[in-house]
Design a protein around this ligand. Structure first.
Ligand code: HEM
Length: 147
């Protein structure tokens, strides 16, 4: 319950500004793992990282990711209800060439974004609460890779 309060409380203001926060998260992701940028190339013809981050397709994806986070925060009492959706989402990511191992780096980037946005409110229990929720989401998505 404490976890849920921490997550909801921190998402309250963040969730109102999804795109800028999502941009911080994905900029960090490509800093940590530039190769992931290549997975977007087939629909975004971009030369440099900056061009790619500015492309409409890329911004669309950032928005989609943040909406999934939003859905998870709104279903904290009932994350199982997202199971089928997340399994299918995992399948789609397998199809575009994402590796489940990359989700660890995505998680790090999510925490980085939270740290930037929350400043002193980013505490060890808050970090752990987010990691727990993210772990549930990733576990469900990862089932999409199972044969
Ligand atoms: C779709 C890449 C992580 C949510 C896609 C697509 C690509 C992609 C190439 C298809 C084109 C598009 O819709 O833009 C990646 C990469 C990731 C990543 C490289 C990092 C390793 C995530 C995460 C989430 C997410 C963590 C949410 C938790 C979505 C959604 C779609 C999507 C909702 C649309 C699926 C649909 O069409 O039904 N992703 N993605 N992605 N991604 Fe990701």
């Amino acid at each position: 319950e404490k976890d849920k309060e921490l997550i909801r409380g921190s998402w309250e203001s963040l969730g109102k500004n999804k795109v800028p926060h999502g941009m911080i998260m994905f900029s960090r992701l490509f800093e940590l793992e530039p190769a992931l940028l290549g997975l977007f190339h087939h629909n975004t013809n971009c030369g440099s990282t900056q061009d790619c981050l500015a492309s409409p397709e890329f911004l669309d994806h950032v928005t989609k990711v943040m909406l999934v986070v939003d859905a998870a925060v709104n279903h904290l009492d009932d994350l199982l209800s997202l199971e089928d959706f997340l399994l299918n989402l995992g399948r789609k990511h397998q199809a575009v060439g994402v590796d489940t191992q990359s989700f660890a780096v995505v998680g790090e980037s999510l925490l980085y974004m939270l740290q930037c946005a929350l400043g002193p409110s980013y505490t060890a229990p808050l970090r752990q609460a987010w990691l727990n929720m993210y772990g549930v989401v990733v576990a469900a998505m990862s089932r999409g890779w199972a044969k």
